[in-house]
Ligand binder design. Structure first.
Ligand SMILES: [Zn+2]
Ligand SMILES: [Zn+2]
Length: 82
């Protein structure tokens, strides 16, 4: 079963390997923290919990800015709802 990072969409077959490496889209800054497990599992489409934008790829969704991000409108990234 594949698991994904909730910040950048990185895919790995094991949670242990996923969370052992640095995340280029970590909220504290690029590579300043580790990938974190997206607990929603594998889906046909991912929806941003702030603005409702959807994308079939978690990596694409988390790669663009969210106009309704609660802290950084248009600077923060979309965040997938579970
Ligand atoms: Zn990541
Ligand atoms: Zn959004």
């Amino acid at each position: 079963m594949n698991c994904y990072c909730k910040y950048c969409g990185a895919k790995n077959s094991s949670i242990a390997s996923l969370t052992a490496s640095h995340c280029p889209r970590h909220p504290a800054g690029a590579n300043k923290g580790l990938h974190a497990l997206y607990e929603g599992g594998e889906k046909a489409k991912y929806v941003c919990k702030h603005c409702g934008t959807s994308n079939s790829s978690l990596a694409s969704l988390t790669g663009s800015h969210c106009p309704r991000h609660p802290l950084w409108a248009n600077k923060g990234l979309h965040e997938p709802a579970l």
